[in-house]
Design a protein around this ligand. Sequence first.
Ligand SMILES: CN1CCN(C(=O)c2nonc2N)CC1
Length: 249
Amino acid sequence: MFIQAITLFPEMFESITEYGVTGRARKQDIWQFAAINPRQFADNKLGYIDDRPFGGGVGMVMMAEPLFCAIQAAKQQFSGSLKNSRVIYLSPQGQSLSHKKVLELSQLDNLVLLCGRYEGVDERVLQTAVDEEISIGDFVVSGGELPAMMLMDAVLRFVPNVLGEIASAEQDSFADGLLDYPHYTRPAEFQGMAVPDILKSGNHALIAEWRLEQSLRRTLTRRPDLLVSRELLPQETRLLDKIRQESDE
Ligand SMILES: CN1CCN(C(=O)c2nonc2N)CC1
């Protein structure tokens, strides 16, 4: 997968291109990255890429021309199938990023992430050069770079070989539509708190059932909305009934 970020701050992306599992995978050429700074396409000597908003109001707006040129430049770098590509603008006005969308994006050959700053970008860029807008949550951050990196990290976990043999994104919480179960490691006792005995039993079937029950319990308690549209397996239905009976007692 070739990911390009259109950003005024290319260096920010070093946190995902140089570190952790994503950094290692990029260095192994399992995925590729390039940053394009729209300032190089400014048509003035001072490199202005923002201007005051028509209609007045606070702040500045990123101008259409430099961003449009940057997106065009990114498209000229595409590898693989041009059809299997997407240009995404990160913004609170977008569709909320979900596990389903992450899986969909992980199948692409090319991904261009437009990172806005200031009050946003000229609407005509969104109308002519952006395929979709995606939001990472109902809040506002200072720019699109951190949302872009969150999207990249989530997507890259589903690109083959990024996580390597040991870990697997398929076992992530949300991969099965449930919240994650509790995790423990040594020591067996910490500040008087022991690790649940079942986890030291070596009985993998019982451990798997305990973990599923914990995931269901957490999901029912913290995010019951996730259970509304989720098809339940017979074992899950049985465990949920047990959990609900306990809370009714
Ligand atoms: C112009 N800039 C405003 C701030 N911003 C976001 O708050 C955001 N992006 O994606 N999800 C979000 N929430 C990015 C775009």
